[in-house]
Ligand binder design. Structure first.
Ligand code: HEC
Length: 142
């Protein structure tokens, strides 16, 4: 094989490999930051079993594991001690619809999961709101 042909075919192989890789990336489930515990997404829904796991998997990457938020490259408000969580419909709405820099992650959760993660946040990190959200409340806000 002539050198030029060899180079061409190796370029073709590299292009084919990178096309393959990008096709794979497109099919990959959405991955959020904070995805360190090996949890995974099944289809388009999260598979975490409860609010604590959902928080760790979905919210902590932006709002931080201690829910105290972050400032830097972006602004991620604290959920810890956040008085806006007093109205239980507010966090449900934000999780379902998103808000500026926050994607509508609730679209990838069942009503039960949205309720679970909102109830978790509203009863942890210094929040003590006991009026739990029910799946039917989530359904009503979708
Ligand atoms: C990709 C990053 C990201 C993820 C993931 C994320 N958030 Fe957010 N969240 C944000 C940003 C940014 C804001 C602020 C939006 C604004 O004020 O414009 C926000 C705002 C909020 C607010 C409103 C806070 C306030 O003071 O008004 C709540 C409640 C909230 N997020 C809850 C959650 C919950 C619960 C999860 C997980 C189910 C979650 N977020 C996942 C980035 C994220």
């Amino acid at each position: 094989m002539k050198a030029e042909t060899l180079i061409r075919s190796s370029i073709a192989a590299v292009v084919a490999a990178s096309l393959g890789a990008s096709a794979l990336a497109q099919n990959a489930p959405t991955v959020f930051p904070g995805d360190a515990d090996g949890a995974f997404v099944v289809g388009t829904k999260f598979s975490e079993p409860d609010g604590a796991h959902l928080f760790k998997r979905v919210c902590a990457g932006c709002h931080m594991p201690d829910a105290k938020g972050a400032k830097g490259a972006g602004f991620f408000p604290a959920l810890a001690g956040n008085k806006k969580l007093a109205a239980n419909g507010y966090p449900v709405y934000v999780v379902l619809k998103g808000m500026n820099g926050m994607p509508p992650v609730g679209a990838m959760m069942t009503d039960q999961q949205v309720a679970d993660v909102v109830n978790y946040v509203r009863t942890n990190f210094g929040n003590k709101y006991r009026d739990a959200v029910k799946p039917a409340d989530v359904q009503a806000l979708r």
